[in-house]
Structure formats: C-alpha cells, structure tokens
Design a binder for this molecule. Sequence first.
Ligand code: AMP
Length: 204
Amino acid sequence: MRLILLGPPGAGKGTQARRLAENFNIVQLSTGDMLREAASAGTPAGRKAADVMARGELVSDDIVVAIIAERVDQPDCANGFILDGFPRTVGQAEALDGLLKERGLALDAVIEIKVDDGLLIQRIENRIAEMSARGEPLRADDNPETLKRRLAAYHAQTAPLVDYYRGKGQLASVDGMGSIDEVSAAVMALLPPPVGRQQAGSVG
Ligand code: AMP
C-alpha cells in the first residue's frame, strides 16, 4: 500500500499517518521529521533547511526529492509507505511520479484532509499551549506568525496538488474537521480492509 496524505499544516496528517502505518504495517515517511532530524544533526544542509523551516517557507524541491528518493529504497519501505508532508509542490509530485515509475511502483490513493484555516490556527494554538504547560520544547515554526506563512505556502504551492491528483483520478477527500477517531474512520472507509496483523508477512 502506497499512500499520500495531503492537507494544510495542523490538519492532522501526522496523527492519521501514524494510525495508517500501524493498521497497514507500512512506514510513515514525514519529510518534516526528516528535515528536523537533519537540522538537529547540524550538517550545513540541515542548518540551511532549519532557517527556511523557521520562516515557514518550503525547502527546495531538489533537497526533499533527494531525501525521499533515497528513503523509498530502504528495505522497510518494501511493504509500502505513507507520505506525510510530501509532495508539497507540483514539481515534487512530478518527481515522485518519475521515481515511482522507475521502480515499477504505483500509488494506491491520495487522501486530502480538508480543514478550514480558522480551525487550523486554533489547533496550533492549543498544541503550543499544551506543550508549554507540559514544559516540552516547541517547534521553531509552531507560532502564530510562522503558521500564517505556512498556511500561505500551502495555499499557493501545495493546494494545486488537489487538482493535479484529481485530474489523474487518484484523489479522495475526507472532512478533517471532526475528532481524530472520526477522521480515521473516514480515511479507513476509503481503503481496503487491512490484512490481520497475524497474517502480515505470510505468503499468498
Ligand atoms: P511539517 O512537519 O510537514 O509541517 O513540515 C515542517 C516544515 O518542513 C515545512 O513548513 C517546510 O519548511 C519543511 N518541509 C517539510 N516537507 C517539505 C516538502 N515536501 N517540501 C518543502 N518543504 C518541506
């Protein structure tokens, strides 16, 4: 199973991706997590990406496409993967099409999680308040100012992917305004039932 989750920052892509990864025994590939790891490793490329991320802008297509191209070849992706936060531009989507084709792979579905901007801002503000209350470190880009730029980047650069995948007949959309469980149920209803975990890895 190979899936893409599309949606604005704060739509719940990460949460839903983790659930899907567990249900289908596939890996979650979050370019945001990979870039944050590179940033905290302090490599020159990682530090450059950290500046771009802190501004709420998008890291260049070349960098994220190279990261994903290397990652999908790892053995743990053989059973499938769920892309969370990638692709984010039409250029990335075209590069993904090319790299899947080269490997003889295809996407099973592209799922858009639809949430209004007002709720996204409220969710991120809640996340900041809860993490601060627990004394946890905040993400450099989790603040109202940067969130506005992340939303603007989504509308300008990522939202066109909805039409891109609709045009290819691959898009399915779910209402992301409900609870985590409600959104999970809507996403699962779009997909074939997962093979029981006891059968995972069996032949046939
Ligand atoms: P996320 O964790 O998905 O919200 O991503 C956090 C930040 O990482 C984004 O605001 C971008 O700066 C950067 N980023 C993550 N994925 C991508 C991508 N596919 N293309 C460009 N930038 C990305």
